[in-house]
Each structure stands twice: as structure tokens, then as C-alpha cells.
Design a protein around this ligand. Structure first.
Ligand code: 2BA
Length: 109
């Protein structure tokens, strides 16, 4: 058995869970936040058979999209009279960051 951890954007999470559920996959959504942008995202957890991993990855691929976000860098420490023009930095986020882990033991009590 494998554990798939998929970090996806909030905008994609609802559709992804719906698509997974329609195909009979059980999943759990955790509300998380990225360490870099500090914006909320979603981590979807699924326990699946090894033979199902590629199908789940295809569902994730079909439902999670790359988007461009802009980050305003913090201004540097300024000396009096200095001028700083902040330019937003473009960041590509997603479609999904995936971890596929071996599961040693799976039980439902
Ligand atoms: P964030 O950490 O908020 O990162 C958002 C996007 O910012 C990243 O998109 C990447 O394009 C950029 N980025 C992140 N760290 C950077 C850095 N040190 N320098 C320059 N650019 C940086 P994605 O790579 O698609 O990641 C989306 C989210 O997935 C991340 O949100 C984070 O929550 C998670 N993630 C990505 N890689 C991870 C990893 N190796 N371990 C754990 N979580 C990860």
C-alpha cells in the first residue's frame, strides 16, 4: 500500500476531492499553508493500493493547475535619502507537489 500526499492550491482542492471520490478513492483534506508564500493551500492524503497510484496521479494532474502569483519583496533597510522601488516577483505555483510513501501498516479500528 502507498500513501500519497498531494499539496495543491485551494482553488483546485474541491474539484480534486470530488473527482477522486467519483472514482471511489477515499481521501482526507488538510488545510495547510506554504512556507514560502505563507498562503493557505491544501494537503490531500490518500491511502491506495500500489496499482492505483498512477491512476490517482492522473486524476491529480487533470484537476490541479499551475498559476502565477506575485510576491512583494520586503524593502531593504534604507539610509536617509535613498529611494527603493519595489517590483513584485513572479512565482509559478503548482499544479501539485506530490510525495508517494510506502505504508507499513494500514488499519481501521
Ligand atoms: P510555498 O512554500 O508557499 O511555495 C509557493 C511557490 O513558491 C512554489 O511553488 C515555488 O514556485 C516557489 N518557491 C517556494 N520556495 C521557494 C524558494 N525557496 N525560492 C524560490 N521560490 C520558491 P510549488 O513548488 O508549486 O510549491 C507549492 C507548495 O507546495 C509550497 O508552497 C509548499 O506548501 C509545498 N511544497 C513544495 N515543495 C515542497 C517540499 N519539498 N516539501 C514540502 N512542501 C513543499
Amino acid at each position: 500500500m502507498k500513501l500519497i500526499l498531494a499539496i495543491v492550491q485551494n482553488e483546485d482542492a474541491g474539484g480534486l476531492l470530488e473527482a477522486l471520490s467519483q472514482k471511489g478513492y477515499r481521501s482526507t483534506r488538510m488545510n495547510t499553508a506554504g512556507g514560502f508564500l505563507k498562503e493557505s493551500n491544501a494537503t490531500v492524503v490518500l491511502g491506495v493500493e500500489e496499482s492505483q497510484v498512477e491512476d490517482v496521479l492522473a486524476v491529480i494532474r487533470a484537476n490541479c493547475h499551475t498559476r502565477t502569483q506575485y510576491l512583494n519583496p520586503l524593502p531593504p533597510v534604507m539610509e536617509p535619502g535613498e529611494f527603493y522601488m519595489p517590483y513584485p516577483v513572479e512565482v509559478q505555483v503548482g499544479g501539485a507537489t506530490l510525495f508517494v510513501l510506502d505504508v507499513e501498516n494500514y488499519r481501521q479500528l
